[in-house]
Design a protein around this ligand. Structure first.
Ligand code: NAD
Ligand code: ZN
Ligand code: ZN
Length: 408
């Protein structure tokens, strides 16, 4: 009961499963913990036994050495679990509840939380608005690629599943509610996707595939997914998307071949700052997707940008990129009156509705992202394969809850 094991970032390219402290209802000192957060009491928190916890492209930015993540940072912000202990101030969550944890940590008490902007809570990270578990510059809340984790402000943050047994049966789908399903859905919604829309999703990683599945759920007529990874493009075609291979050159031309016109109603950037330029053997060019989607989105349309952009990138291609300064053709976007939505997805805005879509078989999200269960000790292999571009969403199974799970 008092032991705990977790995936820690060691150095670029290396993660390791380590013994760490069993969580307390208080934030302890440790790698990446903001000094002002040390000793912060969380009587409003719970301890979860983790049933499923996923590896994310956001983790990869850290593990590739593209952030200032410190050695020993415990990773993991995509958490689903069972409540095993609750603090004295928790009123509505009980021991035994099976819950989804939004990756954003939110107090529920600040101006932004009250306005539904839970990705930029003002009270959980002394350094800047917004916090997350197991993430650089996000307050130092201990990550959940582990056996156990502490979740603060539990009444506000947690989504309780209506039936714990049903939740265990659908766990491989429900685990996507902590991040990528709401994030992809947010991308599609903020791009203006509706019934009959034509949609371009840049990136066929798990977030892009979740955005594509979301666009279909929202009634899009045609969803086109772009990437340079053939295996991931095949995964997108497997559930009804059209695809473009950006290494083959112009995205506009390839879209025109599919739609008859070189533009779409709505576009989603599910790539972020590690974007590759278009064309054969192209290197990294961080503004590629932003400029491309401005070009192909109809005038008056919108672009959803869940893809991550950073303020500091030690591995940036030049001085500008190292401080997150990008060469964007904003004039083009302005001339077309495009709307842009950036930032962390406010998971709570969407997770209940998407849970109901899963529980009533309206969507097969685990299948769309090719959810693949591996043991906690296999996390280093999962990170390595994901980094190589495997068309999979790796789900860690730290306590055996997913021993029998298979994507529907
Ligand atoms: P991923 O790294 O698995 O996928 C990114 C994909 O983009 C890769 O398949 C890559 O080949 C492809 N790509 C590179 N350049 C491209 C280009 N020019 N055009 C099209 N595709 C290109 O990552 P993921 O897990 O799918 O996450 C995607 C992004 O979303 C990451 O930046 C991640 O940090 C971010 N993210 C944001 C939020 C949020 O709340 N905003 C939440 C989760 C993830
Ligand atoms: Zn994530
Ligand atoms: Zn808040």
């Amino acid at each position: 009961m008092s032991s705990n094991r977790a995936v820690a970032y060691i150095r670029p390219g290396t993660v390791e499963v380590r013994s760490i402290d069993y969580p307390k209802l208080e934030l302890q000192d440790g790698p990446g913990v903001a000094p002002e957060n040390i000793g912060r009491k969380c009587p409003h928190g719970v301890i979860l036994k983790i049933l499923a916890t996923n590896i994310c492209g956001s983790d990869q930015h850290m593990v590739r050495g593209r952030t200032t993540a410190p050695e020993g940072l415990v990773l993991g912000h995509e958490i689903t679990g069972e409540v095993v202990e609750k603090g004295p101030d928790v009123e509505f969550i009980e021991v035994g509840d099976v819950v989804s944890v939004p990756f954003n940590i939110a107090c529920g008490r600040c101006r932004n939380c009250k306005e539904g902007q839970t990705g930029i809570c003002l009270n959980v990270n002394p350094a800047r608005p917004g916090a997350a578990y197991g993430y650089v510059d996000m307050g130092g809340w201990v990550g959940g690629q582990a056996e156990y984790v502490m979740i603060p402000y539990a009444d506000f943050n947690l989504l309780k599943f209506p039936d714990p047994d049903q939740a265990r049966e659908k766990l491989l789908d429900l685990t996507m509610l902590s991040d990528i399903f709401p994030t992809g859905f947010h991308g599609a919604v903020t791009a203006g996707t509706g019934v009959g829309s034509t949609v371009y999703v840049a990136g066929a990683g798990p977030v892009g595939l979740a955005a594509a599945a979301s666009a279909l759920l929202l009634g899009a007529a045609v969803v086109i997914v772009g990437d340079l990874n053939p295996e991931r493009l095949a995964q997108a075609r497997a559930f009804g998307c059209e695809t473009v291979d950006v290494s083959q050159g112009s995205v506009e031309d390839q879209i025109a071949q599919i739609l008859g016109v070189p533009e779409v109603d709505a576009a989603v950037d599910a790539v972020g700052f590690e974007a590759r330029a278009h064309g054969p053997d192209a290197g990294e060019a961080p503004a590629t997707v932003l400029n491309s989607v401005m070009g192909i989105t109809r005038a008056g349309g919108a672009v959803g940008i869940p893809g991550l952009y950073v303020t500091d990138d030690p591995g940036g291609v030049d001085d500008d990129a190292r401080s997150g300064t990008l060469k964007m053709r904003l004039g083009l976007g302005w001339a077309k009156s495009l709307a842009f939505t950036t930032g962390q997805c406010p998971v709570m805005r969407y997770h209940r509705g998407l849970m109901n879509a899963i529980l009533n078989d309206r969507v097969q999200i685990a299948k769309a992202v090719n959810a693949t269960v591996i043991g906690l000790d296999d996390a280093p292999r999962g990170y390595a394969e994901f980094d190589q571009g495997a068309a999979r969403k790796y789900v860690l199974n730290p306590n055996g809850a997913l021993d029998d799970a298979q994507a529907a």
